[in-house]
Every structure is written in C-alpha cells, then in structure tokens.
Design a protein around this ligand. Structure first.
Ligand code: GLP
Length: 274
C-alpha cells in the first residue's frame, strides 16, 4: 500500500473498501494516478543502486513517463542505475518507424532521461521473427541475469490483454510471438497514439508472457477512461481465467491497480465519486 505521503495528490485517492483481490486506487483524474505511480518508481530507484524496471507502451503510460521526465529534470532523479525491459513490440514494423514501440519509448521517455543506452531492452521483432523460440528464451534470460523485474508497469487492452497476451493466453506463457486479436488491431487502427490506418495494423507481435510478468516483484496496472471500465471490472471481480488475461494477475503478492473514475464505473455504484 502506498504511504499517504507518497504524492501530493494522493489525499484525493479513494481505496475500494472491500474484498478486492488487490488494492484498487480510484482517482478523480488521470494525473493523480500518474503522479503517484511515477513517485513510487522514483522512490524505488532512489532506494537502490540498480533498479530493474519493466515499461509498457500505450497512451495510458504517457503521463507517467512525462512525470518521470519532470522528476529527472526538476528534482534531480537519476535513472543511470535503471535497467529497462519493455513488454512487447510489433512484428513487421521497422524499429525506426514512428509506430514501433521502440519509437514510442524514445519519444515518451528514453530520449529525455539518463537510462544508459545499453541498459534499454525492447523486444527485437526481427530477431523474434527469425527465431521465435530462441529469442523468447534469450529475452527471459536477460531479465533473469539482470536480477528480475523490480516493478512492471502494465496497461490494459479493452479486451483485458496485458502486454500482447490476448484472451486465451495461458498463465504459464512465456516470451513468444503471438497473433494479435481483432479487437487489439481495430483499436490500433482507431487510436491516434498507435497511428495505423484502417486495415494496416500488424497481425503479430512479440510479447513477454503472463508467467514472465507474474515474476516481477511489483505490478502496477493503470487504466483510464470508460472504454476500459469493462476490462477493469473483469480483472478485479471476474473469475481468474485465460479469457481475461489481466485476471491472471489475481494472486500476485504485490499488484496494485490505478484507475480514474470513468474506468472504475463497472466496479461498484458510487465508487470513485467524491
Ligand atoms: C497495447 C500494448 C499494451 C497496452 C495497450 C493499451 O496493446 N501492447 O501493453 O496496455 O496497448 O493501450 P492504451 O494505453 O493506448 O489504451
């Protein structure tokens, strides 16, 4: 649980009072959640000489990364001891393409902070395409050799996917090449952040598996907006099932979910209303 002193905005956070499988923080707006999560990351980084962080892409993460950049620029946060691993990447999109997750991470974070270049790991779609099994094993081994993920950030797909673990992904799945769900492709084609024209979203990706993600010591899930409300409700209250990949996070020892009022709409009447 976060301490009340963690973030200036956190006094406005409401915790669900009841029997959720993990803490769910409902905030009146996105920035409150973004600042709180960035602040937790900063505290973790300051407490260790080396921190292994798992990063996620997607519009959900933009505010968290903007806050990390601010902490580096204005409050002297030093990310030189961070080892970074990203969750996933599209296959068939060149690294330099603005729609690649590598480009996203550069523009959202890595170009503005001092994570060492050789400590940034983003799944390589070309290597994954030519040797999917071997590449998956090597990515996992690199994470293990770094000491394992101290904290993994996660967004939610509308179908409750985490990374690119689409519905049907097994709890023991590992880093691998996957086929993308139609829902995911349609969202990528209608969402300004992803930038794909209709019919042009990639069909495959390389992604950490559910088991890989569950090995992270802390998991922090963020979801904003009414379009995520159903996925959030299924993640928190639904049965633990591969049909709802994020529900497989239930049972992890240290997972916390941060949602705004709109994304909390399916949790309980009145939750998040101040
Ligand atoms: C992609 C990523 C996910 C991310 C999701 C949500 O599918 N693979 O890791 O959680 O997008 O995107 P957004 O934050 O734009 O809603």
């Amino acid at each position: 649980m976060p301490s009340p002193s963690r973030s200036p905005g956190e006094s406005r956070v409401r915790l669900l009072p009841t029997e959720t499988p993990f803490p769910v923080h409902v905030t009146p707006d996105r920035p409150t959640a973004e600042r709180a999560v960035a602040c937790e990351i900063a505290e973790l980084v300051r407490s260790k000489s080396r921190t292994v962080l798992g990063f996620a892409t997607g519009s959900t993460m933009c505010g968290v990364y903007a806050e990390l950049v601010r902490l580096v620029r204005e409050e002297g946060l030093d990310l030189s001891g961070v080892v970074a691993f990203n969750l996933d990447e599209y296959l068939g999109i060149p690294a330099a393409d603005p729609r690649s997750f590598r480009s996203f991470m550069r523009h959202a974070l890595f170009d503005y902070v001092n994570v060492p270049e050789d400590a940034i790991h983003i799944p390589d779609p070309e290597l994954a395409r030519f040797d999917p099994a071997g590449y998956g094993l090597r990515y996992e081994e690199t994470i293990r050799a770094a000491g394992g993920l101290d904290l993994q950030l996660l967004g939610l797909g509308r179908n409750a996917h985490i990374a690119f673990n689409e519905p049907g992904s097994a709890a023991d799945s590992r880093t691998r090449v996957v086929e993308l769900d139609d829902v995911t492709r349609r969202v990528a084609e209608s969402n300004g952040t992803a930038g794909f024209a209709v019919g042009s979203a990639p069909t495959r990706a390389v992604t950490m598996g559910i088991a890989t993600i569950l090995e992270a010591r802390r998991l922090r899930v963020l979801a904003f907006g009414e379009e995520k409300a159903q996925a959030v409700a299924a993640t928190v209250f639904g049965p633990r099932t591969a049909d709802v990949p994020a529900s497989l996070l239930q049972g992890h020892a240290d997972v916390e979910v941060w949602v705004d009022t709109a994304a909390a709409a399916g949790l309980a009447p009145g939750v998040g209303e101040s």
